[in-house]
Ligand binder design. Sequence first.
Ligand SMILES: Nc1nc2c(ncn2[C@@H]2O[C@H](COP(=O)(O)OP(=O)(O)OP(=O)(O)O)[C@@H](O)[C@H]2O)c(=O)[nH]1
Ligand SMILES: [Mg+2]
Length: 384
Amino acid sequence: MGFDYGRFELYEVGSDDEDDFDEEEGLMASDSEGVEEDEEIKEKEKGLPAVMRCFDRAKIFVKAGDGGNGVVAFRREKFVPLGGPSGGDGGRGGNIYVEVDRAMNSLLPFRKSLHFRAGRGSHGQGQQKNGAKGEDVVVKVPPGTVVREASGDVLFELLHPGQRALLLPGGRGGRGNASFKSGMNKVPKIAENGEEGPEMWLELELKLVADVGIVGAPNAGKSTFLSVISAAQPAIANYPFTTLLPNLGVVSFDYDATMVVADLPGLLEGAHRGFGLGHEFLRHSERCSVLPEYEFDAVRLELEMFSPELAEKPYIVAYNKMDLPEASENWPSFKEVLQARGIEPFCMSAVTRNGTQEMELVWHDSADTLGPTSRRRRSADSVE
Ligand SMILES: Nc1nc2c(ncn2[C@@H]2O[C@H](COP(=O)(O)OP(=O)(O)OP(=O)(O)O)[C@@H](O)[C@H]2O)c(=O)[nH]1
Ligand SMILES: [Mg+2]
């Protein structure tokens, strides 16, 4: 994907405009226009560290279908000038559902399409024909999505793939005059209009339910590592900032124990904006002579600047790319420096899978120290 993504502050509540929607749809097809918009969002996001993007938000408008109108009609038969009432009922409007789609991992699609309208019920017809039900609309969201009303009240938390909830029921269809008939000779000329489908604005928030996050410098091999220890298949490429959206993977240990791991965007995103050690770091890495402990400090600092609370979480240091000569040469001194600071680093090669299993086991054994959620979530569920 050629664009950054971010926090979605899209439209004011109440800007419910059909034309808007079509335009937005159009954007999806034509990339060139989309790019401009992305630039704008990027601009707004300056200084937002990558980790913040794990929490993804979107605002959407949903409207259930209106009910179809009931109809006034009379039977017409030869020699019967005024037959009985025969107007059918209107069909019910379509419902709006929200459903978890395991293939999604962000709320990004809602940037392009934020209005969801279910179909209108058809009107009733003569000969007591009832109108057809309006088409339902299913809003697909990624696992871990919290749905809130505009007031902030939580409506649903959607965790499990396939989980589906009814957001708004369609409006009732109006009764046709046939159903108002009360006696043989009464010929009511009344019929109801369909009920309007309810509508509302909703806020979606995607919360990653991960036990462990892989943080590190851009291009360090985080996505590669995730792909080795889980079934996840994140994009891997030999340039920094390949990962713009967090990838989730499930690491399975023996007997039923699992851990959800998030591969996060390269943490030194601030680096190219020149704060913290970043600028310096990039200059070094251009020359490819960056000291591993320097990189480690830069990542730690970046994490601290983003969230001191996050930085206080227990962590395990993995030194990757050991298959490369320059990496294995640097390893002893890196290890020494860190040990002197009371940290025991591990080394591995994600590509050759040397040491990756050991890393998994360390995680497994540290489940208690890695945070209270790890054990609780084990074998739990949702993301895979
Ligand atoms: N030699 C070697 N190359 C590796 C190893 N792990 C990853 N790579 C390569 O390093 C490059 C970056 O790997 P990614 O997994 O995309 O790195 P990342 O940390 O996710 O990068 P960003 O998402 O851009 O921050 C790719 O070309 C990988 O093939 C390793 O253990 N040894
Ligand atoms: Mg990556």
